[in-house]
Design a protein around this ligand. Structure first.
Ligand code: SF4
Length: 552
């Protein structure tokens, strides 16, 4: 039996370089990839990729009709033959108004302060991994132009050799200089126009280094601060790989766990001989001194109070694919503390340094985690609590994923977080820019000397290649457009495809604004998925009302 994603997709004319996983992306996504999965190709051709290729010459049939196992690919989307709800003011229920381009994708999240976004999407946390650093401009500029939140992940200051941290008492530091963190924040803010937000994460080392204090002093409430419990990729905190002894020693001195320990003479000898080729820098586990849920709650509330005291108006929490107890704690504590967003990341994608078999086998898969998140939020809501807004993450790349996850968590889910999927346009754009403009290749971290056939089939210049180019030119003007990286244009183009696809799915479900999406807009493709998610099986949904019609 065929799964939804195989290596080649004849209908779209796409082909994965490696083996596709649940998200549709390859298990290993390479920055130098010459294509051409759906995400890669849509970063150039945009919304055109919503449709099968060779129109006029073909017919096409879906292959996702056999739903195996419990995953988002075993959830289907509801459509209706009548009705229209959530139309913008000024629109009527006349068919001329009820067209998919009139579906409103704007929304907001937050408790005390609302953060507006142009579409229900945000980036995953891109932290100290080198791939995040190299392509940051594409992610930040692209995200700001789209009008969505972009998250700066953990350890950015700690691994920056140009940062200066002065040691203080109680193992706390005070940041005197943080050029890489500044670059990341300022790149986003340059194009921020009131929609979206820049979010800065805090892990154990960041807290110790004084990242929150630095950010609030320098940027005030322009940034959202995010407490981090974990992620979907791994349960031991962030890691990077370094290949120089010098840098490994620097990180060790900065207080990180570096493995193997570069200060040991036998390790230094092994490195000199070539037997040890790299080091892994690890972060610490949080809350190791706490033994009970109530201690965790007290500690959490103290942290939130401290951050509010520093001056942060907006605070969020990111949790990973821990079990049910931690999920309940995250939802309850974030609700009680009136946080602005809770991102719940299911297993398990990462940016390159998560142990592979840990990614394969640790934690709660996304759909199970998200289904329980909805159930637990409902318990709090029934008690009269104003439940924290949520973002779901873990294995999302396509427009139907956004719709399904929003519906599964409705009404609590306000946006969907994508990590690996939004990095693809960053890589691709940089490669195209470096090939067309060799003088910029090193600056943009392009991996190609020339455009491959897969790109030349689309075009030779940026204005021919990127479907979003002219839209951005109108928005920014020629001069400003010339200043932004091609990766940002590719990200904008990909987001346009995702947004348009989402508008189409919503119009089919007769929901013209995001707050109209409910769990009734999806059904389960098999009985096991129905049992695990609480979303009824396709033939059970509206079965009773159907029979009433027949018997009337
Ligand atoms: S861009 Fe990444 S996910 Fe897409 S085909 Fe290439 S390697 Fe695979």
């Amino acid at each position: 039996m065929e799964m939804r994603f195989s290596k080649g997709n004849d209908a779209l004319g796409t082909k994965n370089r490696g083996n596709p996983c649940e998200s549709s992306l390859c298990t290993l996504c390479r920055a130098d990839c010459q294509g051409k999965c759906e995400t890669w190709l849509s970063s150039m051709v945009g919304r055109k990729l919503l449709y099968p290729r060779s129109f006029g010459l073909v017919t096409a049939g879906a292959n996702n009709t056999t739903h195996l196992g419990v995953s988002y690919n075993s959830v289907r989307i509801q459509g209706y033959a009548y009705g229209a709800s959530g139309l913008n003011p000024g629109l009527t229920s006349h068919p001329d108004d009820c067209i998919f381009p009139n579906v409103n994708l704007e929304t907001q999240f937050g408790k005390r302060v609302k953060t507006k976004i142009r579409m229900p999407m945000m980036t995953g946390a891109l932290g100290s991994t080198f791939i995040a650093e190299k392509y940051w401009d594409s992610f930040a500029v692209g995200g700001a132009l789209i009008g969505i939140p972009v998250v700066i992940g953990e350890n950015v200051v700690g691994v920056d050799r140009d940062s200066e941290i002065s040691p203080q008492q109680d193992r706390k530091g005070k940041i005197l200089r943080a050029p890489e963190l500044d670059r990341r924040i300022e790149t986003y803010l340059r194009y921020f126009d009131g929609y979206g937000a820049i979010i800065v994460q805090l892990n154990v080392e960041d807290t110790r280094n004084g990242v929150a204090e630095y950010v609030v002093d320098k940027y005030g409430d322009k940034c959202i601060i995010e407490l981090k419990w974990g992620q979907g990729a791994k349960n031991i905190g962030g890691e990077i790989q370094v290949r120089s002894m010098d840098y490994a020693m620097f990180l060790k001195q900065r207080g990180y766990v570096v493995d193997p320990d570069p200060s040991l003479s036998e390790v230094q000898q092994g490195f000199e001989q070539g037997a040890i080729k790299s080091f892994a820098r690890h972060s610490r586990l949080g809350s190791t001194n706490l033994g009970t849920a109530s201690q965790v709650q007290e500690d959490f509330m103290n942290s939130v109070e401290y951050l509010r005291g520093l001056g942060f108006e907006r605070i969020t929490l990111k949790t990973g694919s821990y079990g049910m107890e931690e999920l309940a704690m995250a939802i309850k504590f974030a609700t009680d503390a009136e946080l602005d967003l809770l991102t719940i990341d299911g297993s398990g994608g990462g940016t390159g340094m998560s142990p592979w078999n840990m990614m394969q086998s640790w934690g709660v898969p996304s759909i199970h985690l998200h289904a329980k998140a909805h159930e637990y939020a409902g318990i709090l809501s029934a008690k009269g609590k104003n439940v924290v807004d949520m973002s779901f993450a873990g294995g999302f790349a396509l427009e139907d994923h956004i719709f399904k996850a929003l519906a599964l968590g409705a009404p609590y889910t306000k946006l969907i977080c994508m990590g690996r999927a939004i990095m693809v346009p960053g890589f691709l754009g940089a490669n195209i820019e470096g090939a067309i403009h060799p003088e910029r290749r090193a600056d943009v971290n392009g991996n190609w000397n020339e455009l491959p056939k897969t790109v030349l089939e689309v075009g030779k210049t940026a204005d021919e290649i990127f479907a979003g180019y002219h839209d951005l030119e109108k928005k920014l003007g020629k001069d400003e457009l010339a200043r932004i990286p091609y990766g940002a244009i590719a990200f904008y183009t990909q987001a346009d495809k995702l947004g348009c696809g989402l508008q189409q799915l919503m119009a089919g479900a007769r929901k013209f604004s995001l707050n109209q999406i409910t769990r009734s807009e999806i059904f389960s493709g098999n009985r096991e998925t129905a049992q695990e998610t609480g979303i009824p099986h396709v033939t059970d949904v509206n079965n009773e009302s159907a029979k009433k019609i027949l018997n009337s």
